[in-house]
Design a protein around this ligand. Structure first.
Ligand SMILES: *[C@@H]1O[C@H](CO)[C@@H](O)[C@H](O)[C@H]1NC(C)=O
Ligand SMILES: *[C@@H]1O[C@H](CO)[C@@H](O)[C@H](O)[C@H]1NC(C)=O
Ligand SMILES: *[C@@H]1O[C@H](CO)[C@@H](O)[C@H](O)[C@H]1NC(C)=O
Ligand SMILES: *[C@@H]1O[C@H](CO)[C@@H](O)[C@H](O)[C@H]1NC(C)=O
Length: 513
């Protein structure tokens, strides 16, 4: 059987290979990437202006077209209490998508459909010949981890981008013929980045992640924190993998396109030798405190569970951008918050006790001594809202934009919130509703301590006292400017969840809310 098939296939394959070869030799007639399995050199081919125009305005987007998206919306419309709020037009988002220059950028999160974010022709594709050269790549990807990124305006400081989620293939990406660089995350590659082995993709799960990222941009906008997180779009990628084991693999489905955050990550600053003084200047003098407060409130509101210093960018002017919001709004099970901005959260305490360095050892042996005042500290701890609000408490005194967006959330029902932000399940909407209500009623500190969803033990620490000023000692080692005595508490990295699943079946809002 197999032999017979090979016999029939061989001349066909040979002809193809010949064509590909001829194409390579004579330019002009190169095969299109869609005719190749792998293609090792793909000529950038700018998308046509007509395609760009049509697809940006095609809010239906995916293979199911407008029908698919409308179907979801219609389902929710039946129970909407405020159809006006829930379906306000997306003109600003359409304008931003067109301005991005990314062809086919989707504006409505509900138009992102599971079958769009991975290959649907995996088997058939493998039966095509490999091409040495081809045309048709409207996206040009490059290796994000090949070289450090130099931070503009920061005297030659450079940093490496974090590797991100294990499932995501992350690249720098440009539209062919365009000049603006984006970060492109390709979900649902049929091969694992880590081992190169074939892998299945939970398309539905990642569709929801992408929708959550889009929703959080909208939320930040509506809460008066425009630009605090990079804009993101789900849009087609038509490219080859630039490097590594899968060099030449044809990516031909939708990925997540993200604006590049300006500046350098706090982690990058922290790990760069010789950057201490720059870091000191930035964190103690230039850092935008309004943005610290805004993001702190947003992290609590969205139950952010991945806010560490690789996800925080600072520019030479002190402007902050917070990236990678895909582990929020209930994505991480049994996590109600894990942010370096929120006292009592794991990342907040880790930064202050430095479990892996000498800091913990120092406080363990010195903090109990009679004349103890302070010791070494990580400069990043001054990114703490308590240092920048009167009395160290927000209470119910939220920045105006945040207050009004929380009030709007609190007076709506779950289906309205789902429709407005493009959620396909109740959970993220319930979190926004419950947290808004609690944050308004209990004040910020009360909600931080009590509002569900709550975290399992391993994310919960005693809130450390704030350290609001830093001095560099003779050796350049940062210390807290005041007496600062941390609560010495063991790390809980391996603590098992205590209790049954029932304990975590928290009711966030009533079923009819
Ligand atoms: C095409 O290239 C890929 C990657 O290098 C390789 O795994 C595959 O065997 C090649 N296919 C053919 C038909 O040569
Ligand atoms: C990827 O490309 C860079 C240069 O562009 C090179 O230094 C690096 O070795 C390449 N990595 C792999 C895995 O091929
Ligand atoms: C800090 O950020 C806020 C919000 O983006 C902005 O309005 C303000 O101008 C910034 N402050 C400074 C000093 O740049
Ligand atoms: C587990 O939880 C129960 C009650 O929820 C508590 O009594 C017990 O002390 C906890 N055990 C540990 C090891 O935390």
């Amino acid at each position: 059987m197999a032999r017979a098939r090979r016999g029939q296939g061989a001349p066909f394959l040979a002809a193809c290979l010949l064509l590909v070869q001829c194409g390579a030799l004579h330019g002009g007639s190169l095969p299109h990437i869609s005719q190749c399995n792998f293609c090792f050199e793909c000529e950038p081919t700018p998308p046509s202006a007509s395609t760009r125009h049509r697809s940006v305005l095609d809010r239906g987007g995916g293979p199911k077209g407008a029908g698919g998206a409308a179907g979801v919306a219609d389902g929710a419309v039946g129970t909407l209490t405020d159809p006006k709020w829930a379906t306000e037009p997306d003109t600003a988002y359409e304008a931003a998508a067109i301005a991005s220059g990314i062809p086919g950028a989707l504006v409505d999160p509900l138009s992102v459909q599971p079958e769009m974010i991975g290959p649907i022709d995996h088997e058939a594709k493998q039966r095509l010949p490999n091409c040495t050269r081809c045309t048709g790549c409207s996206t040009v990807l490059s290796d994000m981890h090949a070289a450090p990124v130099t931070a503009e305006g920061l005297e030659g400081l450079a940093f490496m981008h974090g590797k991100g989620a294990t499932n995501g293939w992350l690249f720098f990406g440009k539209v062919a013929g365009g000049s603006r660089r984006f970060i492109v995350k390709v979900y649902c590659m049929p091969y694992s980045k880590a081992h190169g082995r074939p892998q299945q993709c939970a398309n539905e799960v990642y569709t929801e992640r992408m929708r959550l990222m889009m929703a959080q941009v909208r939320l930040a906008d509506e809460c008066g924190a425009v630009g605090i997180t990079p804009r993101v779009w789900v849009a087609p990628v038509e490219a080859i993998i630039p490097n590594g084991t899968f060099r030449g693999y044809h990516v031909r489905w939708h990925g997540l396109w993200m604006e590049e955050a300006p500046g350098i990550t706090l982690h990058g600053l922290h790990t760069t030798r010789g950057a201490e003084n720059t870091m000191y200047e930035l964190l103690t003098k230039k850092m935008n405190k309004t943005q610290v407060i805004q993001q702190t409130v947003l992290d609590l509101l969205t139950a952010q569970c991945d806010r560490h210093s690789e996800n925080v960018f600072i520019t030479p002017a002190g402007d902050l951008t917070f990236i990678d919001n895909d582990r929020a709004l209930g994505v991480v099970t049994r996590c109600g918050g894990d942010s370096m901005l929120l006292p009592g959260n794991r990342y907040h305490t880790q930064l202050r006790l430095g479990y892996w360095g000498p800091t913990m050892q120092y406080y363990k042996s010195h903090a109990g001594k009679p004349n103890f005042c302070t010791g070494p500290i990580d400069m990043r701890v001054v990114m703490d809202y308590r240092c920048y609000v009167p009395g160290g408490k927000i209470g119910a005194d939220y920045p105006p934009g945040l207050k009004s967006c929380m009030e709007a959330l609190a007076r709506h029902k779950t289906p309205d919130i789902m429709r407005r932000y493009g959620f396909s399940s109740r959970k993220p909407a319930e979190i926004l509703l419950r947290r808004s209500r609690d944050m308004l009623m209990m004040g910020f500190e009360g909600a931080l301590a009590h509002s569900p969803p709550r975290s399992t033990e391993r994310y919960v620490y005693q809130p450390q006292p704030p350290c609001c000023g830093i001095v560099l000692d003779m050796r350049g080692t940062p210390r807290c400017a005041q007496c600062w005595q941390p609560i010495v508490e063991a790390q809980k990295g391996s603590t098992k969840d205590n209790g049954t699943a029932a304990r975590f079946k928290e009711v966030l809002v009533r079923e009819d809310e």
